[in-house]
Each structure stands twice: as C-alpha cells, then as structure tokens.
Design a protein around this ligand. Sequence first.
Ligand code: ADP
Ligand code: MG
Ligand code: MG
Length: 258
Amino acid sequence: MATLEIKDLHVAVTDEETKQQKEILTGVNLKMQTGEIHAIMGPNGTGKSTLSQTIMGQAGYEVTQGDILLDGESILNMPVDERARRGLFLAMQYPAEIQGVTNAEFLRAAINARRPKDDQISVMDFIKKLDKNLELLDMSESMTERYLNEGFSGGEKKRNEILQLLMIEPTFAILDEIDSGLDIDALKVVAKGVNSMRGQGFGSLIITHYQRLLNYIVPDTVHVMMGGRIVKTGGPDLALKLEKEGYAGLRDELGLDI
Ligand code: ADP
Ligand code: MG
Ligand code: MG
C-alpha cells in the first residue's frame, strides 16, 4: 500500500506583470492511499490546478510552507521525471504536443522509464497491452501512430490521456478536469478506463468542477476546496449536495468569507 500525504501546503506564484508573489494555496491537508479515489471539487480559480501542478513538481509553483510526502518521503526536491518514476501521474488540463514523437513511442518510453534497465517491456508485450487498452477505450489503432497530441481533437486528447494512464499504470493519478469539454459518450469511456484501474495498487485524485463525472467514477472521499485550502471533506453525497446548493450554500453554511 502506498500513501500520498499533503501537509499544510502553502504555494505561491509570481505574477508576471507586477512581479509580486501571490499565495494561492493557503494550507492544504489531504491524505490518501492506494485503493482509494478522492475527488476535489471547487469553484474556478480556487487553486485546484495549482495543487495538481505542485504535486507533480511543475516549475513556477513555489512551496513556501508544508510538505508533500510519498510513502512518508518528501518529494519536494524531486524533479518532475523523478516523481513520475516514483509512480505519480498527472493528466494535464491542456496536454501539450510533442513534435516528432509518435504516441506509441511516447507510451513505450514512459513505461520503460518506470522499469529497471534490465527489465524493459518487450515489443510483443507492449503491443499486447496496447491492443487490450485500445479496445477497452474504443480507440482506433491509428491513433497510436500519430504524433503525440498533434492535431488531436479535445476529446481525442482526453481519451489518449486515459490510454496513457492504462499503459503507464501509475500508483497515484491526478486527473485535472479530465471531464471538461467531453460529451456524455466520451465521458463514459473515460470513466470506464479509470474504473478499470481501480484496485489496491492504484489511487486517484480526481479534480472536477462538476458533479456529473462523479456519477460514473464514484469517489470514496470528496473534498471541497475554496480559497486555496480544503474547507470540507465527506463522502460521495457531499458532491450531490454541492450540485444542489452550489458553492455559495456551503460558503454560508461554513461561515466562510472566501
Ligand atoms: P482552479 O484550477 O481551481 O481553477 P488555479 O490553480 O488554476 O485554479 O488558479 C488559482 C489562482 O492562481 C488563479 O487566480 C490563477 O490566476 C492563479 N495562478 C495559477 N497559476 C498561476 C501562474 N503560473 N501565474 C500567475 N497566477 C497563477
Ligand atoms: Mg481554472
Ligand atoms: Mg483548474
């Protein structure tokens, strides 16, 4: 069993124009284990993507206080690729194109980066695994021979991120607004992929604006983030309550001024 623990995390970014430091995360606490799916909901601009970028170690997000621990070990000083090797995965809100690399080449390299030098995946095993997952996600094989994300539609990118998830098999996956812009059929495919990963060796942090996705990927725990921290934690019913009463309702209930 693996654990991911976020302790009193404060994160600041520097505003490009004013050069002023701005605190975005104001003390996030969250602990999760493999076998669990946690959802984070919250209004726009509250710091959800800042949290995911900081967990992954993207440049520009300065941790000013607190820690992020993977199995009890701080990952704050590790670069992005080291965090990925340790089993963290972030599905980007806006995935980038990588020129000149096919999707299949990228996937094989990403799988092998997590395996020892003397135990790289064979071409046969890779193709078997790829075929199985393409079928599960109802994706065409031709997608894998195209250059990564080049000319992919929004829906294709999202589906492809789920393919990456199934191929790389991370320990903890952060899915940041994986549902944005998806029609209901694509949403169901995405949910099917994530649900197929569910199990003792896998944990996921699902970040979403809307409750809809959580009908298909039912989380064990729901956190609500406002003003750069988690203000309430509950079960799946919390997402339904939010959908009904809105963030304003919760703000009133908690007497928050954020
Ligand atoms: P959410 O994902 O909840 O919508 P974000 O984490 O994207 O929120 O953004 C939270 C706040 O931090 C916003 O006010 C946003 O403008 C600001 N912010 C995020 N990243 C940066 C950055 N790199 N530079 C400047 N401001 C940023
Ligand atoms: Mg946003
Ligand atoms: Mg966001």
